[in-house]
Design a protein around this ligand. Sequence first.
Ligand code: GLU
Length: 428
Amino acid sequence: MASLPEAVAHAQLEWDTPLYRMAVAQFDHAVAHAAIPEDIAERLRYPERSIIVSVPVRMDAGKRVVFPGYRVQHSSILGPTKGGIRYDLEVTLGECAALAMWMTWKCALLRLPYGGAKGGVRCDPRTLSLGEVERLTRRFTSELLPFIGPQQDIPAPDMATNEQTMAWMMDTYSMQRGYAVPEIVTGKPISIGGSVFRHEATGAGVVMVVARACDRLGWPLAEQRCVVQGFGNVGGIAALELFERGATVVAVSDVSGGIHAAIGLDIHALQAYVRVHGSLEGCDAGRRITNDELLGLECDILVLAAREDQITAENAPNVRARMIAEGANGPTSLEADAILSQRGILVLPDILTNAGGVTVSYFEWVQDLGRLFWTRDEIRAKLAEKLSDAFDRVWEHADGRDVSLRTAALVAGIHEVSAALEARGIFP
Ligand code: GLU
């Protein structure tokens, strides 16, 4: 397969945005170490399918508003595509394409029979009522009907979407089929075929990976001082797991800003506060700090669980953590990665560190297809086994070849996809 002709390559591709370029630059860097044929690499630089839809929603006040919606399916070589749906003002085709590509490497690294996808609707979810979000979700799902399916593309929660969103998606899809199809989405309520432990899986997985790294480094987890950026489904659970394992969580943050207490925060108390007040706004459990101050706090482990593009060339020199764990997707820019590595700060990369979510999504899908459900302990044990296996492969590869954990993780994922693509060949 030859590269795109000059004229085509130089035209702006629809998904070509800074985040997509970052995903491709990471890929290119890893490909240099992966020794895969260039025509295979070329195929994997592009998403297989990029869908743009318009989602008209009847608002509570009576008027109609049209929201742009997206779904990008990066690779179906290993199986159905898989990935979250986010509701956020920054959702674009390029953001979805970058995140879909990362999902491909993440699934392949974990040896899940999936390719990557990501989608979402550009909206401000905080200004929408529950009814508006439901109508938006149902119409978005309808627009995607020809492109999603249990053997085709399986959505899951991501930023600002949750179990309820997945229940509406599952119901909308099932009503069109005429029977219940729980395996169309993962991350749904347990009452309709969701899996126990899926809700906690991403945050708990982050801490499983951190613990594994600490073991390798000889750092007792219970003696570590941790900072967690983000207090939602990933950061909130990660902070709780760290706290319960005896680590000292000195600071956390959410959209309302950060909160810092050098002696350590009581994460159970903060969770209870957020359940009542909706966010950390007004919480006086510690000193209020800005997001920038939080990222610059001296600590052992900094967990990034907010969103992409948080550690950049500007603030990377100020990071005073010994280790960064990427709970979010793409939180560290390429330039920041280089600065952190020069400064000897270890980065546990997103496609490994936050893979607990999609791994338990896979368990949920398998349970739905088999109509046979496992216990929480079985799922936790299977997740720990999958993450440890991936962690060990990445660690040993990085150690043996003197590359970063990110490059090692990408190389492992790329190898799986590349081998399958070579075996299957290009159609026709
Ligand atoms: N949105 C999550 C992620 O980025 C989960 C995706 C899934 O479970 O399919 O990994």
